[in-house]
Design a protein around this ligand. Structure first.
Ligand SMILES: [Zn+2]
Length: 84
């Protein structure tokens, strides 16, 4: 029997009110033996608590806006937002 653990996947977070989300992660190791490699983007299915989802959103570098299949993608200007 598979035991489900509903705890946030972020190391040392431990919060329990989680939701499963697909997020892009910057991996720094290859996945079979965990050897260090040049960082690459890979999607992962994680259980994240609301605080960690909020934090992920705040840190996402690409912003999309639009409708009906027409989206503009821009780099978030972190410097400007930090100054506000
Ligand atoms: Zn968390």
């Amino acid at each position: 029997m598979k035991i489900e653990r509903y705890i946030c996947d972020i190391k040392d977070c431990g919060a329990k009110d989680v939701k499963q989300v697909l997020v892009d992660v910057c991996f720094v190791t290859e996945q079979s033996e965990g050897r260090g490699v040049k960082p690459y983007i890979e999607r992962a299915r994680l259980d994240l608590c609301s605080d960690c989802r909020e934090k992920y959103l705040r840190l996402l570098p690409l912003v999309g806006a639009g409708g009906q299949g027409l989206n503009d993608y821009t780099w978030r200007n972190l410097t400007t937002e930090d100054e506000q």
